[in-house]
Design a protein around this ligand. Structure first.
Ligand SMILES: N[C@@H](CC=O)C(=O)O
Length: 343
């Protein structure tokens, strides 16, 4: 078993990490950290557990550690980060400098030229940037990121469509409240309502998508030249981001060609990798968040509503935002790091 830890283990995404790692077949969770206020408490007491399965007994009595390099045992092979981005920006580099490998969901440094931003089924080869990062920063450890939840929902479908020549993408999102965290939006703000703004989300989708679809030259990632435009909206669903995607391609595939490309999307032999990666529906009213967010144990992308338009193709896609879009994504990156010998 590989010994792992979770940084920021008491928040909404941190709890998802704990839930998913408790039964993991190759990772053993032995360290949980949180803010200094919770340090020293048991995980059970420190976490205001909000998931619909009990706090895992194997983790409940672990003492919560402060999020500092000195508090992490040296034999922790891999750290998963659910830290807020401002804390991540401060702590993650210090941990990498101290020799730890960090698979992070936090948004800091996702755009940095020497930080791999990875969805294993799309761009596993970008992990090669770790050598560039170590040379540039003098680290023995490494920092690897997964993208924002709304990006990760769409990018596997775009990767499947690159064979048709991806020119331009427009996307409108309908994002669940869990994406904002436990105290992100109040009930008075979101019930009977839609909020047509999620701070910073649109630019994240636009830049992260192009980096993920880019080409790793051995020295850098050359971003894909498709134009990506996003409009992001918060809706009153609990989990599961639904997205309406409009794609202009150089070729003009029929809906059946698009469905076939989705069905052929690559799958990986890793514990958390779903098979198939993209589940495609023919019923035009699918996918839907409540019905389809747990496809592939929350790790699959659901797609449907494929149609041709005057300018290209249109479809809807959906993923569980705190599993495939956050904790599950980091864990899958960790599984890839382990398989490729980086930990
Ligand atoms: N930034 C995202 C997080 C993903 O769940 C959001 O606000 O929904």
């Amino acid at each position: 078993m590989t010994t792992v830890g979770v940084l920021g283990a008491t928040g909404a995404v941190g709890q998802r990490f704990v839930q998913l790692l408790a039964g993991h077949e190759t990772f053993e969770l032995s360290v949980v950290t949180a803010s200094p206020d919770s340090a020293g408490e048991t995980y059970r007491d420190a976490a205001n557990w909000g998931l619909d399965t009990p706090v895992p007994e194997s983790i409940a009595e672990l003492p919560v550690q402060p999020t500092t390099p000195a508090a992490i045992p040296d034999d922790t092979a891999l750290l998963f980060s659910a830290l807020p981005s401002d804390v991540g920006a401060e702590v993650e580099p210090a941990l990498c400098e101290a020799g730890f490998v960090v698979s992070s969901n936090a948004s800091n440094e996702r755009r940095a030229g020497d930080v791999p931003l990875v969805v294993p089924e799309v761009n596993a080869d970008h992990l090669g940037l770790i050598d560039v990062q170590r040379d540039a920063r003098g680290w023995d450890g490494a920092l690897v990121k997964n993208p924002n939840c709304s990006t990760i929902t769409m990018v596997p479908t775009l990767a499947a469509l690159t064979e048709f020549g991806l020119d331009r993408v427009h996307v409108a999102t309908l994002q669940a409240v869990s994406g904002a965290g436990y105290s992100g939006v109040t009930s008075m703000e979101i019930l009977d309502n839609v909020v047509p703004h999620i701070g910073g989300e649109e630019r994240k989708m636009e830049t992260e998508s192009r980096k993920l679809l880019g080409e790793f030259t051995g020295a850098e990632v050359q971003h894909h030249d498709a134009v990506v435009s996003a409009s992001c909206n918060r809706v009153p669903t609990l989990d599961g981001h639904l997205e309406n995607v409009f794609v202009e391609t150089s070729d003009h595939p029929a809906p059946a060609d698009v469905a076939a490309a989705f069905e052929d999307a690559p799958t990986l032999d890793l514990p958390s990798a779903p098979d198939p990666l993209i589940e495609t529906f023919t019923a035009p009213e699918r996918p839907q968040p409540r019905l389809d967010r747990m496809r592939g144990d929350g790790m699959a992308i659901a797609a449907g509503g494929i149609q041709t338009t005057d300018t290209g193709i249109q479809y809807n896609c959906l993923a569980h935002n705190t599993i495939r879009g956050a904790a599950g994504a980091s864990i899958l990156n960790g599984e890839l790091l382990a398989r490729e010998g980086w930990v």
